[in-house]
Unconditional design. Structure first.
Length: 631
């Protein structure tokens, strides 16, 4: 545990204004202290780790040079923003990050004036910062005319998304002051990112070079042949020395690559850039996990660890009582690929999180990690399906939202056999509102041709995934984060009857509970206590209309339960069936209320949504007991 004098410089920083008061030569020592504080704090409570270690010097330099919060600093994706939170007055709360009522896991506008844009999903920073720059330009920058600057920091794989390039393409066509900083942490600092490269970058960012370039352009434009020769010469020079020709072609002034761990060099570079007009692109090379050897060696493993022993480099893992749904999927995928050569698996940069490591090693020719490019992942799957393959898109529920048009237009409209394995469906805990997978049943249910399944246990998940691959059209299997009730998956795979639920318990009280997915296990004990009928609906689409009508005929009241938004969800599908067939009887819908559920543990999330065991019992009791007494 650190003592009271462990961080003498960091102890003096309560805001970026305090940072800017420090002499420049003290910044390297401050960077070391900040990195040590991050290691100490995150080791105790877990959280996003490796990316933040890599951005320590960059964060210091940006806040040192730019007048934040007046100057707008937009982070992307947010994994790299822990140093930013520490420097902007939230150091004492960092140990609460991702916990209930604690700091948000990503930048959040309602948490700090320094968080200029809320993030969680990647690749939004350039679009957002460009919008802010245009808004200030239109408003005349009332607070300080002509002086406000706008910076987008993009990295951690976010440049693979089309949204980033759409924004760059637009920015390059505008006369607007914007700096895009690419935090490139996928490559080590090699020879070309040394003294010579940094020298060229400083020259290309300097006022003298910029002035000569603009003056020369004005003169040479009067001589078309000479102007074209000069323009091509400059492009070719940059192309030989720097990997920035593409960005120059898009209309941005490319500078870099530069050493992202030379804090004084970054400060001097940014001072030059701050005075340049128009869209600028700074390429900064950092090392993910910088300063902590285990994270440098394996940045994927240390991307978002739980608590760990900082001295030994050992991550403490909770002992799981059974297989996680992610593991069930990963094993099924390997088993399925062995028996069917048409199986092709696609992930948008979530190989580890989606349980695809073993598959990627065993079936590399049929494995595609497309990067953070969910739209492409879905349409790629559509193309594969057109030619007879059976693609499986492994994707988090909340990330599928980014490819909704492709799901409708490219897959469902053409009724192509694409299987969507939707991990992290339902409430996910610490990553909070941006990652809660609570809308998929609602947004999928409206789309024709899509079959939607929600497993109640691990074995059912395996059988549903198998069932999905046998269908002639698209299908989605949505399963939660973590472990299930402990049902061992059966090796043999058997197709489930399409659109058919099963009665788990036939009660005699007059109450029937229609449960979807995780809510089956959550309500089993309560159904027993109330002598209620408990149904595992299994399918959200096609919904089991015959079973719903049978339950309505035999029971006085119904309860629907789902770990999804109530609006348009599975319970709404039940009500639609009842309405269509003229049934009038009391129905209680249980699900996610019409609000965003903030970060915290999964149990915190369930309680916030009213889906914890105690609240479920209270709500059903209030609904049912008066009717039971009247009977």
């Amino acid at each position: 545990m650190a003592g009271p004098d462990t961080y003498p410089l960091l102890d003096r920083i309560a805001s970026p204004a305090d940072l800017r008061a420090l002499p420049e030569q003290e910044l390297p020592a401050l960077a070391a202290e900040l990195r040590g504080f991050l290691i100490e704090t995150v080791s105790q409570m877990g959280g996003h780790f490796a990316a933040g270690l890599g951005t320590v010097e960059l964060t210091l330099a940006l806040h040192y040079v730019y007048d934040t919060p007046l100057d707008r600093l937009v982070w992307d994706v947010g994994h790299q923003a822990y140093p930013h939170k520490v420097l902007t007055g939230r150091r004492e709360q960092l140990h609460t990050i991702k916990q209930k009522d604690g700091l948000a896991p990503f930048p959040a506008r309602d948490e700090s004036e320094y968080d200029t844009f809320g993030v969680g999903h990647s690749s939004t920073s350039i679009s957002a910062a460009l919008g802010m720059a245009i808004a200030d330009q239109l408003a005349g920058d009332r607070q300080r005319p002509g002086a406000r600057r706008h910076v987008a920091v993009i990295g951690d794989g976010a440049m693979t998304a089309g949204l980033a390039f759409e924004a760059l393409n637009h920015a390059g066509s505008l006369d607007v002051d914007l700096l895009v900083v690419l935090n490139d942490n996928d490559m080590s600092i090699s020879e070309n990112v040394g003294a010579l490269s940094n020298y060229f970058a400083r020259v290309l960012s300097g006022r003298l070079y910029a002035g000569l370039k603009e003056g020369g352009k004005r003169i040479l434009r009067r001589m078309p042949a000479a102007w074209e020769l000069a323009r091509r010469s400059e492009e070719h020079m940059k192309g030989m020395v720097l990997p920035g020709t593409m960005f120059e072609e898009m209309g941005l002034n490319y500078i870099g690559p530069v050493d992202g761990h030379d804090v004084i060099g970054l400060v001097r570079m940014l001072r030059n850039i701050r005075h340049l007009r128009g869209p600028q692109f700074l390429h900064v090379v950092t090392k993910k996990g910088k300063g902590y050897a285990p994270a440098e060696a394996d940045p994927i493993k240390w991307h978002g660890p739980g608590p760990f022993d900082a001295d030994k480099g050992l991550i403490f893992k909770d002992i799981a009582s059974g297989l996680s749904y992610t593991q069930v999927f990963g094993q099924w995928l390997c088993d399925m690929a062995e028996r069917d050569p048409r199986i092709v698996a696609i992930t948008p940069a979530m190989r580890e999180g989606s349980g695809m490591v073993e598959y990627s090693r065993r079936f590399p020719a049929r494995y595609f990690d497309v990067g953070i490019a969910e739209q492409h992942a879905v349409t790629l799957a559509a193309g594969l399906a057109c030619e007879g393959m059976r693609p499986v898109v492994a994707i988090y529920s909340s990330f599928l939202q980014r490819a909704y048009d492709q799901l409708i237009h490219d897959v469902a409209l053409q009724n192509l056999p694409v299987t969507f394995a939707l991990d992290r469906a339902g409430l996910v805990g610490g990553d909070g509102a941006t990652h809660q997978g609570v809308f998929d049943l609602s947004f999928l249910r409206t789309v024709p041709n899509v079959t939607i399944m929600a497993p109640a246990d691990e074995n059912e998940c395996r059988q549903m995934l198998y069932t999905a691959t046998l269908l002639d059209g698209p299908a989605a299997v949505r399963y939660p984060r973590g472990t299930g009730p402990g049902v061992q998956p059966v090796t043999e795979m058997t197709a489930l009857p399409l659109g058919r639920g099963i009665i788990c318990r036939d009660g005699r009280s007059g109450l029937a509970i229609l449960a979807f997915g995780t809510m089956v296990a959550a309500l089993t004990a309560l159904a027993e206590k109330l002598d209620a009928t408990l149904v595992n609906m299994r399918f959200v689409k096609p919904i089991d209309e015959d079973l719903i009508r049978l339950l309505a005929d035999r029971h006085e009241s119904l309860v629907t339960a789902e770990e999804n938004a109530l609006a348009g969800g599975a319970g709404a599908a039940v009500l639609e069936v009842l309405s269509a067939h003229g049934y009038v009887l009391p129905v209680l819908q249980l699900g996610i209320p019409d609000r965003f559920i903030a970060h915290g543990s999964r149990s915190d999330n369930l309680a916030a949504a009213g889906l914890d065991a105690a609240t479920l019992a209270q709500r059903i009791d209030r609904f049912w007991q008066p009717r039971q007494r009247r009977a």
